[in-house]
Design a binder for this molecule. Sequence first.
Ligand SMILES: Cc1ncc(COP(=O)(O)O)c(C=O)c1O
Length: 392
Amino acid sequence: MRKDTVTPTDREARLLTRRAGRTPVYVYSREALRACVERVRAASVPGADLYYSLKANPHPGVVQTLATLVDGFDVCSLAELETALNAGMTARKVLFTGPAKSAGEAAAALAAGVMVTVESPRQATLFAAATDELGVTGRAVVRLNTPYPGRTPGADPSQNQFGVAKEDLAEVVDLLRASSLSVAGLQLFWGSQYADADIILAARKAMEEQARACVERFALQVEFVSLGGGIAMPWCDADPEVDWAGLAAAGGAATEGDAADRLPLVCEYGRSIVGPAGSLLTTVLDTKTVGGRRYVFVDAGINHVFIASRLIAGAGRGEPRVRLVDARPDARPGPAWVVGPLCSQLDVLAEGIALPEVEVGDLLLIEGVGAYGPTFSPSGFLSRDKVREIVF
Ligand SMILES: Cc1ncc(COP(=O)(O)O)c(C=O)c1O
């Protein structure tokens, strides 16, 4: 097991499978969620509120557990909004994000009293009209467009479609000022899956500077600035571990300036909170050797764990961490191709990994896949059963 992942013991895995009644089943550990939140908080911007992004894992049991551990939620759909509110999070601490909300989503978010991100003049107009129609006031968070830094030192930044373009900013501010929405905050999300502390710290600093310039230019009185998150979920064997120590050590040096002069800050994290806290349990259905390759067929496919698909993992990305539950003590690992039961050549979960001999009915555990699991997978493909999910 890697240092950055918390997985069930063999005994827990066996009992959880019986509790679920069948495999495949995702199992999320409350204890691990707590440990992950603590670790992310220590690595976050000191003093910043910690928001959990439901897009990473909206399972109600996970969200309920996190409602007591984090300061707010970021939601991206009406279903996520309901999950967040049902979990007991106060509406004032829920942020409805996304680059293009529909009129229905705008009205629902404002009726619920949550904050909404605004990403264009047209979206500002949409929210203004919705407040008028509903007879309510609202709290807008203006997302500023910002390039995403490269993930490794020296790599190029990438452009993206999110946030208000620099040239549209004055118009958005004017529209909001003329509306029943306050400019409650600014959001500067600068990307995902970063492991290098220097890159993360530099991004936070650059975002805080960009936010300060915007606040000064428009004399805004914001309640907070969201500086993004970005911390990675390493789950492939080749992924670098996050520099947790480097981030924690940076402490107050992450951004410069007098603490009293600092804007109240928020950071948003998804994968780094739930990724390491979840595993997928799957049963061996068959084995065979073709062209010298040992194939192990399991009952989980890319319709349940799309993140393992070659479409996402890509060549050379590394392989998921797969463990045989209750491996016999004398078992010698050999190369195996772990594949799902779908009739698609894409249904490959792990290539050439070291795995002991397995038999039909054996249980395999894929570690560190608690984020972007079932809701990120093409679950409708072949109309097969949905994967189960339980929290323990
Ligand atoms: C605005 C926003 N906040 C938070 C997140 C969560 O990111 P992560 O899972 O990388 O922590 C995302 C991811 O796309 C996002 O777009």
